[in-house]
Design a protein around this ligand. Sequence first.
Ligand code: C2E
Ligand code: MG
Ligand code: MG
Ligand code: MG
Length: 284
Amino acid sequence: KAKSIGRGRLFLFVPALRMDAMARRRYGLELHRAVDEGEFLIFYQPQINLMSGAITGAEALIRWRHPERGLLAPAAFLPALEGGTLAATVGSWVLNEACGQASYWRRNGAPNFRIGINLCSAQFRVGDLATEVIEILDRHGLPPEALELEVTENIVLDNDDIVLEILDRLHKHGVGIAFDDFGTGYASLSLLKTYPLTRIKIDQSFVRGILNSKRDASVIRAILDMARSFDLETIAEGIETEAEKNYLQRERCDEGQGYLFGKPMTARQFEMLLGINVNTKVRA
Ligand code: C2E
Ligand code: MG
Ligand code: MG
Ligand code: MG
């Protein structure tokens, strides 16, 4: 009995930080296994030209098919990867997989298909990202303009000059650079001025407010005006209703993405949406 009390006490005195480290370590091991066992997969969410209604491409969104806990969204595991080399490893996997898939679709019925891929901070710190991306494009025969890399303000603020260097190189190569979650950060304007961007992704929090908040509607209009004066393409995220779509159309936002057009889906489901009849399995 004394022993169990002692144990309990010992447990109580383990500092919270150490517990976190242990939990993180356990999770880290699981994530390593996930990489080795190929438990990650990519969902694709359509992006639509708001004028024509045509599918222009898709954003690649990672999922983890966890053996016990089922399908996990990025919020459940990306934070645990934060900063580590494992994050860069997973990022490389996504780049290679999604570029391969995009190239395949371009060669099999969707010749102008564009793929959007999210980057994380760690990818700018480990290895040579620009060279890696160019090699991946070559490997899959994917033209640079078919790839759009999505960066957030955090990535830029975390890494400073190196991000500018890498993005400049990729931009000169012809790769698209989208500013993700635009409007939610603190430095959006100064980044707009400095970085080689080709597109702004208007954050879904503004889209959500369009219909009942004059302010959100004004923010969107201001972002679109600004984008035009910087000669940037625009896409609005998180469009869920016809009314939201109609507003954005009227304000001449170029493209849209959201549940109204399609939720993130498997490659196979996406092929059905594209109306191309190919067998994804045969390719692998
Ligand atoms: P994000 O890049 O801003 O991606 C958009 C998120 O909004 C996705 O969440 C998508 O499923 C969700 N979404 C799209 N349309 C709608 C809508 O109409 N309504 C609502 N409520 N949500 C919508 P998801 O897939 O959970 O991804 C969350 C975040 O995780 C992404 O935000 C991105 O920052 C990150 N992420 C996802 N995949 C990757 C990846 O491969 N690499 C990195 N570094 N980050 C990723
Ligand atoms: Mg994104
Ligand atoms: Mg976003
Ligand atoms: Mg986001």
